[in-house]
Design a protein. Structure first.
Lengths: 114, 226
């Protein structure tokens, strides 16, 4: 349900970017979401659709790009994709692993009607 | 027309959280964000922690709930200042609530602020409140599989309270399976098994709170240090 707050913040950001760029209708919104966020793309999209009704964003397409969670082992320096929820190095078993990506939640850009 | 933006969607919350952090740092106040499911024992834990800190730290409580002031009334009965933050349906607290709560409660008169988040182990983990540390509250009756089912919270927290341990003999809670999962998600955060009914284990948790407040122990921040 936190997707509602995220969608609200997204609508506000899109509106700021839209007005700063001369206004007009929003055709598409590009968003980047890391795998290590608990964001369900369908829920985020449906809240966005709901909140954007009656605004220049209504009907805009939401393109959600998922970012894989990547990690680097502090013990053996191996870089790996986190297929699992556990931060454990698949090569040496160390738990001294740092997250390189996977926590993104970003508005990349938007497309305005020409 | 394509427009590049490249901004964090939650930047407004993150900015508010930075302001909370700055306020706390200026006043020398620590804030602990208690996150756990409904009925996990968050309020009962506060009812143990507050008297234990009495006379040593000036404590205030920000009580997050969807509805009712029942928890706030329980806490107020202990004689500490409390501000109720009602989300009116919202499933988590955000940093702007905390900023408002700190000014209402008179943070300049306090040492330690205990924030009880809305009962939920999924959503609150997504929002930075500017707190000193996040404390997870899980009770043995909720089951040993919770860390792996809600991994983000267990990654994020700086300490985990495992509550209601007096009920262990009556449950199928598998302590080994629980610890293996928890340590896979968070290798460093201290774990405090305790019972608010018997008082067992409460003292060592309170000692940790005070060490973090006094700066002799840095809270683990697995994801933020990345």
């Amino acid at each position: 349900m936190h997707e509602l707050s995220i969608a609200q913040a997204l609508v506000e950001q899109v509106e700021t970017a839209r007005t700063a760029n001369g206004g007009g209708k929003v055709v598409a919104v590009e968003v980047r979401v890391g795998e290590w966020r608990q964001v369900v793309p369908e829920i985020l999209t449906s809240y966005f659709d709901h909140l954007s009704q009656g605004t220049p964003m209504e009907g805009a397409r939401i393109d959600i790009v998922t970012v894989a969670a990547m990690s680097r082992c502090g013990a053996c320096a191996r870089e790996f994709t986190l297929d699992d929820i556990f931060l454990v190095c698949p090569a040496c078993g160390s738990r001294d692993c740092r997250l390189l990506s996977g926590r993104e939640l970003e508005l990349i850009g938007l497309e305005l009607e020409d | 027309m394509e427009i590049k933006v490249l901004r964090d969607i939650l930047e407004a919350n993150d900015r508010a959280a930075d302001e909370v952090r700055a306020t706390l740092a200026n006043m020398g106040v620590s804030a602990f964000n208690f996150i756990g499911g409904p009925g996990s024992g968050k309020t009962s834990l506060l009812e143990q922690v507050i008297p234990a800190l009495a006379g040593r730290q000036r404590v205030g409580v920000l009580e997050g709930d969807i509805e009712t002031t029942r928890d706030a009334e329980r806490v107020a009965a202990l004689g500490v200042p409390v501000v109720q933050l009602l989300t009116g349906g919202g499933c988590h607290l955000e940093a702007a609530f905390i900023a408002r709560g700190l000014s209402e409660i008179g943070v300049d008169e306090l040492d330690v602020v205990l924030i009880e988040n809305v009962g939920n182990i999924a959503c609150p983990a997504e929002f930075d409140l500017g707190e000193t540390a996040k404390v997870g509250v899980l009770s043995v009756t909720e089951g040993h599989d919770k860390p792996s089912k809600y991994p983000l919270l267990f990654n994020e927290l700086s300490a985990l309270v495992l509550g209601k341990v007096d009920l262990l003999p009556h449950t199928d809670f598998d302590r080994q399976a629980f610890e293996a999962d928890f340590r896979g998600l968070n290798a460093k955060a201290p774990l405090f098994p305790l019972s608010c009914r018997t008082g067992e284990g409460v003292a060592s948790f309170v000692e940790w709170l005070e060490r973090v407040h006094e700066g002799s122990e840095q809270p683990v921040r697995l994801l933020e240090d990345q």
